[in-house]
Write a protein that binds this ligand. Sequence first.
Ligand code: ATP
Ligand code: MG
Length: 141
Amino acid sequence: MALERTFCIVKPDAVEANKAGHILAHLEAKGFTLVAFKKTTLSRATAEGFYAVHKERPFFGELVEFMTRGPVVIAVLEKDNAVADYRAAMGATNPANAEEGTLRKLYAKSIGENAVHGSDSLDNARIEIAWFFAGSEVTAL
Ligand code: ATP
Ligand code: MG
């Protein structure tokens, strides 16, 4: 398997609940290396752009409100097969369907407020990492 990087957002619900450190520690324990991370607050334009693929969906306004209501922690995670393994560690979008031991089972409240984001492909991981981290903040892979 190839060494990959993926992009993680600890969403405002989990940061508000003081679970950001728990979530990063959970991922380290699963073998992910933290290449870079920082706490920031998404602007409306950033949240709208990030989730632009969902802009026609009925929940888009609610999603942007949620993602901008407080700080997030964003991180670059590195591991063999990082993209798929992190999606597995996150669990299903709706925590009601998430497997035991997944981050969304442990920390998510609802399908809207679901604790974490993860890139859904290697191409999107590259785009998302480059959007949120300067080259000077991320060592070469
Ligand atoms: P993410 O992109 O945040 O990692 P995901 O890939 O599991 O999540 P998507 O289908 O891309 O799920 O949805 C993006 C986000 O939009 C979800 O994580 C959730 O916060 C929100 N969302 C998705 N479906 C709904 C819904 N039916 N009602 C409210 N919010 C939703
Ligand atoms: Mg998604």
